[in-house]
Design a binder for this molecule. Sequence first.
Ligand code: FES
Ligand code: FE
Length: 386
Amino acid sequence: MGEESVIVTRDEKGKIHVLLNNCRHRGMRVCRYDRGNTSFFSCPYHGWTFSNEGKLVKVPKLDSAYHKKLDPSKWGLVEARAHVHRGTIWATWNQDGPSFEEYMGSSLFFFDAFIGMYDGGEGEWEAFGGIIKWKIPCNWKFGAENFSGDYYHNFSHSSADRVSFSPSGQKGRHTYDPVTRAEAPYRLNIAVDKTGHTALGQLFKGDHDYVPIYQEMPIVEEYFRQAFYKRREKLKEKARWFPHHGTIFPNLSYSRVTMSIASWHPSGPNETEVWRIFLVPKDAPTEVKDVMRHYAIRYQGPAGQTEQDDMENWLYAHEGSRGSVASRYPFNYEMGIGYEKRNWPVPWFGPNVQVTEGITEQNQRSYFEHWAKVMDDGPGQGDDEK
Ligand code: FES
Ligand code: FE
């Protein structure tokens, strides 16, 4: 969470805990593994031991050195407030802040559309290959901004677009390219007022049909064809929304293109540690999982092509922005100002949603407007004057 290391545990009763990975004695990490199964975390430094609920359960020499004066109930691991939503775990250090639903506001519909199963059902995703983690020398907001609404940078991916890159092996970069060509849906940018949350996606104009994508892979084609009709039957009118990307303020982005979630963890202002997971439907045939995995590797894996294009832009833009002369000049964020609509005729988008069709910087403006407000309102404001 940000620059803090946390341990996510499931206790004996099945409850999820998000615990600060710092021993309360001198701060040593009590867990240094990415995953595993344990009931206790024993600190390697002096042996304080915590349960997987974060309680301090053993202190060496509690009697002889602390003379029984230490109260272990006051020295458990610091616990964040956690919330589980459709298998995703969200946490905050703020015990009194808004509920998850309040925090998400109208962006919850768009996030749910992303995390919803292909058939609109109650199935489960599984993450393949663990979490891909890497560091890039740029500010963490580059990624968050890019995924919040940048439909403009196709130019950057033109080499990927020229090769047969899509999951089906057809020309183009995206799963949805054939759908877009066949159906010409609205391409919409969604900004949720005063939250910084944004989404991008396609809204089909009415009753639309399945567009064959995987003609040369019958099992895969049949899987997605059936899922399409089941989803439409279940979600009805709402199946018209086909999610692409989005950013949940401040640092989580999702992409339905490769079915992945990225956290942009700040390592100070000049470095970002990206964590990305890729999801496949747990009960899908192996052929489907393979196609999705291979596509994700081509698109965003360590040897992929698309995320690499993006990162090259972010890190040089970051480097370029740091000069004393460069930092005197503002960037241009004026694209599409005045073309935002509040009366988009889709009531299930929810309240406080601003929509712009096509290519715009509406979402980036909304993201940074909220960022500026949070920074102005945050603790520490005015410290410089003191
Ligand atoms: Fe953990 Fe001392 S730092 S027991
Ligand atoms: Fe990109």
